[in-house]
Design a protein around this ligand. Structure first.
Ligand SMILES: NC(=O)c1ccc[n+]([C@@H]2O[C@H](COP(=O)([O-])OP(=O)(O)OC[C@H]3O[C@@H](n4cnc5c(N)ncnc54)[C@H](O)[C@@H]3O)[C@@H](O)[C@H]2O)c1
Length: 284
């Protein structure tokens, strides 16, 4: 916070404000201590999932990082060090998920947090989407978070672990645009799935929330923006009231808050983090 000092009284007030901020920050940071937690993060080989893994590691968590990009997920785990375990698996394969979660549980002990971040977002006009592409998007973006949460929650309940789940949705869940009929439907599904799972898991002390990012400057998004997706990217950025894309770390911070005791009374919430993208028309 910036202070403009008018006189000594204002100077004193400014110091108090600063002190209050520091106190608030320390309280928040102590509640963002994950040193007693083990968190499973899917999609951690790149982008937002990697940023979430890094932030959780900084906050002291033990991590199990899952992705089908073997090199990428091992690279994330290697950068973090011994507190991270990399597991390679294709989450679009529904039959494989329970075994993968079992492996994570056996390797890293009771899991207290789950972040369902893995996702794909092909851009294909509605009239050209075939059954395979539709199925792959829905299996990855919607069925996998369901099966992952079901599998983790069963183990949490059996081990009497109170935990927290965060699903990564998208502003595309509510804002329609061309080229993403399957993606938009999958992310809208994630939001309602979040609410339904939250109701059933609340009696077990397991909270389920979602974070819905807008346009985030991951490597994949920025590579596309530099090539064939330039016009679309510029059109999207132009309608963001905050005037820029978000950074992966800005989503990771929110995910940590939702996983932590700071959000202890939140379940079934969808937290939008889109720079105002879905508010309406930013200017004429
Ligand atoms: N980047 C954005 O602008 C944006 C905006 C809104 C929502 N999101 C959502 O955030 C999440 C992360 O997106 P990102 O931008 O970081 O993408 P990304 O492509 O950089 O990372 C996604 C990760 O998921 C992994 N993955 C994909 N399919 C998988 C599968 N079947 N099994 C295992 N791993 C798989 C990929 O290998 C990759 O590491 C996604 O759910 C996406 O829909 C992204």
């Amino acid at each position: 916070m910036q202070c403009i000092l008018v006189d000594e009284g204002a100077k004193f007030q400014c110091r108090l404000t600063r002190l209050f901020e520091v106190l608030l920050y320390s309280v928040a940071m102590s509640e963002l201590d994950f040193s007693n937690d083990t968190v499973l993060v899917s999609g951690a080989a790149a982008g937002i999932g990697r940023a979430i893994g890094n932030r959780l590691a900084d906050a002291g968590a033990q991590l199990v990082l899952v992705d089908f990009d073997a090199d990428g997920v091992r690279q994330t785990a290697d950068t973090i060090g011994s507190s991270a375990t990399a597991l390679v698996g294709d989450l679009a394969d529904g039959e494989a998920i329970d075994a993968l979660v079992g492996q994570a549980w056996d390797k890293a002990g009771p899991i207290t947090g789950l972040v369902n971040c893995a996702g794909i977002f092909p851009n294909t006009p509605m009239l050209d989407v075939d059954v395979d592409e539709w199925t792959r998007v829905l299996d990855t973006n919607l069925r996998a978070p369901f099966l992952m949460t079901q599998s983790v929650a069963k183990r949490m309940i059996e081990a009497d672990v109170k935990g927290s789940v965060v699903n990564i949705s998208s502003s595309a869940a509510t804002l329609a645009r061309p080229g993403v009929p399957h993606y938009g439907a999958s992310k809208a599904g994630v939001q309602q799935l979040t609410r339904n799972m939250a109701i059933e898991l609340a009696p077990h002390g397991i909270r389920v929330n979602a974070v819905a990012p807008g346009l985030i400057a991951t490597e994949r998004v920025m590579a596309k923006a530099a090539g064939a997706g330039k016009v679309e990217h510029e059109a999207k950025t132009a309608r963001i009231p905050l005037g820029r894309e978000g950074q992966p770390d800005e989503i990771a911070g929110l995910v940590l808050v939702m996983l932590s005791p700071l959000a202890s009374y939140c379940t079934g919430s969808v937290l939008l983090a889109d720079g105002g993208f879905t508010l309406g028309i930013p200017r004429y």
